[in-house]
Design a protein around this ligand. Sequence first.
Ligand SMILES: [Zn+2]
Length: 316
Amino acid sequence: MILRLAGALLGLFMAGLPAAAADFDDPRRVYLALDRSADAVVESGGGRIRVVFADGARGLDRDRVLTWVQRAAGAVTTYFGRFPVDDVGLLVIADGGDRVMTGTTFGFGGSAIRVIVGRDTGDEAFARDWVLTHEMVHLALPQMDERFLWLLEGSAVYVEPVARALASQIAPESVWRDALTGMPRGEPEAGDRGLDHTPTWGRTYWGGAIFCLLADIAIRQQSAGRQSLRDAFTAINRASGGNTAYWSMEEIVAEGDRATGTGVLAALYAKMAAAPSPTDLPALFAALGVRLSDGGAVLFDDSAPLAPIRRAITAN
Ligand SMILES: [Zn+2]
């Protein structure tokens, strides 16, 4: 999830906020809370994560939380070759529940993440969590106009499981289970006007993820396996400095394609932005050699034509 606010407004409103604030729904309060000294600092891949436990976050085991933060940061560092920003404030809010409930990333007053963690979250639920990795992927790309939210959410949906697999935190089967079950929700429905003009949940999150998978495959094909979407995203991250920057779609596409020496992003964007452009997902997954068995197990077929690309996506 991403939230934006005009930078100019931020300073204006923060000055007059009352001190009592148990409600961190307002991003200005997130920044206020992160303004005080960190309860802990987690370092990963050249980045500094300043962890603040909101109002003490009573009921949360801090060691457990910090282990989880380090693991999520490690996945993102593995994917991008370094942590995507030099500094981020991470506000951890304790609430009811037995898992990591939700997260939001902000970029308008320095990089910041707000995450709500259930007090009954156990080691297994922390290890399974994808939310914090998803939010940390959001740190990598610049902010963009609202109509391109599908690229920001789609890239986080696509990269999060891949990053965790590259860091050996989950199995490749888990990456492809997400794709097999999730991507059908990203297909255009009746009345669709292309990714730039259809801001539904399915198109934003999973339509964007389909775009990323198609881009990843095409870049690998056109570069004979030497380049991938990871190279494009990494180059965009380095050139922009991450989510405190604000880029146009033209800048994103140009930098990504320059990095891979292809025109893949430009071509796919032209195809999918302003027209429905459905993807034959069953045919695509068959070509990649991956399917779900009747019992729900992920089955690989290494003789499928795109199987080498499928394996390369999760192989470090
Ligand atoms: Zn998101």
